[in-house]
Write a protein of this length. Structure first.
Length: 240
């Protein structure tokens, strides 16, 4: 196994560890790939809590927009974000640059920005690698080889299924958390969510929130459970 293969395998085995990612950035520098190395380091810097005496120690990650940043750390934050975007756009903006497999008949949209919206599959870059994918269940699970390719090549930590949930599920008089699990009895459930993902979901639980908070809180809880189950199933498929 080459040094590069060893580093990439270590990143896959421990996606939370930035030390190996930084070691891989050093390897890239030594092998004439300074842009990719810089991109990894910048994204890791942006992912960390960088204290600022003037904004209560929130650093960069305490802000979700350019306009909300502290006037004292704003310039550094904007400079890093601009450099991140420039490197990505100039050197590796497409799915071919990231070795992403075709998902059904669709090409991936790759972006370092989490707010990216698209009808096609989206791969979100964080800490220098593909960290999150947003895709319809029918696209992702159409071919298990696609799942295997994604999860044996990229340290993906989040999967968001973008299938449209029926409007009835957002009825303010219905607890969404409960509704999501009885939906397995609806005719269109199999076309939305694969059975193996439903099987990985925890049992239906009653809401712990007051009636006036049911909709928003239960929706958030249900979506988080669905994302966790989908990630678990994808990792299991990758080991087949």
């Amino acid at each position: 196994m080459s040094d590069q293969e060893g580093l990439l395998r270590a990143i896959l085995e421990d996606p939370e560890d930035d030390t190996v990612r930084l070691a891989y950035a050093d390897w890239l520098d030594e092998h004439d790939q300074p842009e990719r190395a810089e991109f990894i380091r910048i994204q890791i810097t942006l992912s960390k809590d960088i204290p600022c005496d003037h904004c209560g120690g929130k650093g960069y990650t305490g802000y979700q927009s350019y306009t909300a940043t502290c006037s004292h750390c704003r310039s550094a934050f904007l400079a890093l974000k601009a450099r991140e975007y420039t490197l990505w756009q100039a050197h590796f903006p497409t799915q071919l640059d990231w070795d992403l497999p075709i998902c059904g008949k669709y090409a991936w949209q790759v972006s370092p920005r989490a707010e990216t919206l698209s009808v096609t599959p989206v791969a979100i870059l964080r800490r220098g690698f593909v960290d999150e994918i947003r895709v319809r269940a029918s696209q992702l699970f159409n071919d298990h080889e696609t799942v295997k390719s994604l999860f044996t090549t990229h340290p993906i930590r989040a999967v968001v299924l973008t299938d449209r949930i029926p409007d009835a599920m957002f009825n303010s008089k219905v607890r969404l958390w409960h509704r999501m699990f009885i939906m397995r009895n609806l005719e269109d459930a199999p076309s939305m969510i694969p059975a193996m993902v439903w099987d990985a979901l925890p049992p239906s639980l009653p809401s712990e929130y007051p009636e006036d908070e049911w909709v928003g809180k239960d929706e958030e809880t249900a979506r988080a459970a669905l994302a966790a189950a989908t990630l678990s199933v994808c990792r299991a498929i990758a080991k087949w």
